[in-house]
Design a protein around this ligand. Structure first.
Ligand code: NAD
Length: 508
């Protein structure tokens, strides 16, 4: 790991505030980053203090004035080079993601690949920031709309996608002409340092003004500064619903804009018409992948009563085959939870589930002994429940899978929708009527609805996000870029009269 840290220019003690030039001094205290893989201290990072934070925002504002003047395709060319740099750093960055966050090495590399993909997407987008043209009701008038850069974008990210979520936001924001200030999760600060170093190299080579890519390390307090800051027109926040409610309220109170990407409580409906083997793979990967720490993790399986027992038996057998251990060893399926607090939350949810009437088809527990010294490795478990239990309505960020029985497709959809969150959903069925019903307006109420694919693992080409307590934000593909720009409607009169709209006359 020492060699990886060196390649990414990470020191034992790192400054945590930068505008793209030299790293700045700050006295906001220190974050120590311990790996959930083996419990070892990896390195530490200085947190931003208010003075350093204010200096960063001022620099970002200054940079915006220059950056917005650069033609979008030229900004796209710089993002193309960022993609190239990420290709070059894919191996060390992917390993750091895996070691600092605890996801499997394959998923660590996958996360960096997602960053590369969004760079490619953003490069194309930089030539397609189009507006519409409308016909004016007035003669010799032209009416159209254009999209202008917005300004400074604040990005608050969660620990579980420590680099990809930042890139979904920043690559789009940059081609749109905005500048970014990133506050990474305090649980994965080194991933932030590594990304900032990679970007700084590319930006320096291209003479990009200091302040286009900024980073301010710290915890909740730094996030609160960003949320309340009137100099920041857009805050994109990814994390728990609790955090999103606070950020959303603070940003709205100052009439700013927010993109909220919050918790999910995702279900797969397993119909009696499902391909059972395919459903099993989808369910197990969705529930235990990233140790249940994806916003799109499958938390509930809503299974038709006629296949319930068969499916449960297959599921339990599949879970018994899972190898839990060091995520850097590709033979393992399940790695650790992020920290001991997450382990406590896992146990608390298991206890609440039993108390509320759930029964366990497969018990949980924490693994001890050699290879499990960090104390963060837990057993994926399966509980049989009803949907209305308080614990089932709540997102627990751990590999606990709830099984629920249904009779009719209408009931299954109502159960799937019957939670406060609305991120990802899926149905496994070979029946066309069921599939179309699930995708119809009367079907899933989530931002993502899949057929014969599990709930996790989105592609960057589509807009990503969810409804209800998931926050309503959209990031990444499709037309999500519009959130990073301001729309302006223009009407231009090339005639010699001044006709008013709606036939109103005003003669002098
Ligand atoms: P978290 O809410 O604890 O923290 C997320 C970020 O918000 C961190 O950077 C944290 O410092 C900051 N923060 C916390 N409170 C804040 C406040 N009051 N004001 C401003 N900033 C604040 O979440 P986490 O444990 O890092 O991540 C797990 C959660 O993130 C899960 O709920 C998961 O579903 C969600 N998530 C959602 C998506 C999505 O796209 N919908 C993606 C990844 C993770």
């Amino acid at each position: 790991m020492q060699q990886i840290l060196q390649q990414l220019n990470i020191q034992q003690i790192n400054k945590g505030v930068s505008t793209g030039g030299e790293w700045l001094d700050s006295t906001g205290g220190t974050i120590e980053s311990y790996s959930p893989v083996d419990g070892q201290l990896i390195a530490s990072v200085q947190q931003a203090d208010r003075q350093a934070y204010d200096a960063v925002v001022a620099k970002a504002q200054e940079a915006f004035v220059a950056w917005r003047k650069i033609p979008a395709p030229k900004r796209g060319e710089i993002v193309r080079q960022v993609g190239e740099a990420l290709r070059q750093y894919k191996q060390p960055l992917g390993m750091l993601v895996s070691y600092e966050m605890g996801k499997s090495l394959q998923e660590g590399y996958g996360e960096v690949q997602e960053m590369i993909d969004i760079c490619d997407f953003a490069v194309g987008l930089s030539r397609q920031l189009y507006g519409l043209t409308m016909h004016s009701e007035r003669p010799l008038h032209r009416m159209y709309e254009q999209w202008h850069p917005l300004g400074v974008v604040g990005i608050i990210s969660a620990f579980n996608f420590p680099v990809a979520v930042w890139s979904w936001n920043s690559m789009l924001a940059w081609v749109c002409g905005d500048v970014c200030i990133w506050k990474p999760s305090e649980k994965t600060p080194l991933c932030g340092i590594a990304c900032q170093n990679i970007i700084a190299e590319v930006f320096k080579k291209n003479g990009v003004p200091e302040g286009v890519s900024c980073i301010v390390q710290g915890g909740r307090e730094v996030g609160e500064w960003l949320s309340a800051d009137t100099r920041i027109p857009l805050v994109s926040a990814t994390g728990s619903t609790r955090m999103g409610k606070a950020v959303g309220a603070a940003v709205a109170a100052r009439m700013g804009r927010s993109i909220l990407e919050l918790g999910g409580n995702n279900a797969i409906i397993i119909s009696q018409h499902a391909d059972i083997d395919m459903s099993l793979i989808g369910a197990v990967f969705g529930a235990v992948g990233t140790a249940g720490q994806r916003c799109t993790t499958t938390r509930r399986l809503i299974i038709h009563e006629s296949v319930y027992d068969t499916f449960k038996a297959k599921l339990v057998a599949a879970y018994q085959q899972l190898r839990i251990g060091n995520p850097l060893d590709t033979a393992n399926h399940v790695g650790p939870l992020i920290d001991k607090d997450a382990v406590n939350n896992y146990f608390s949810a298991i206890e609440q589930c039993s108390r509320q009437g759930g029964t366990f088809a497969l018990e949980g527990g924490v693994l001890k002994g050699q290879g499990y010294e960090s104390g963060c490795y837990v057993k994926p478990c399966i509980a049989e429940v009803t949907n209305e239990l308080a614990i089932v309505q709540h997102e627990t960020f751990a590999p606990i899978l709830y099984l629920i029985k249904y009779k009719t497709i209408e009931e299954a959809v109502a159960l799937q929708n019957g939670v406060p969150q609305g991120l990802s959903s899926a149905i496994m069925t070979l029946n066309l009527r069921e599939a179309e019903y699930f995708l119809s307006a009367a079907g899933s109420d989530c931002g993502i609805a899949n057929v014969n694919i599990g709930t996790s693992g989105a592609e960057i080409g589509g807009a990503f996000g969810g409804e209800k307590e998931t926050g309503g934000g959209r990031e990444s593909g499709s037309d999500a870029w519009k959130a990073y720009m301001r729309r302006q409607t223009n009407t231009l009169n090339f005639g010699t009269d001044l006709p008013l709209a709606q036939g109103i006359t005003f003669d002098l």
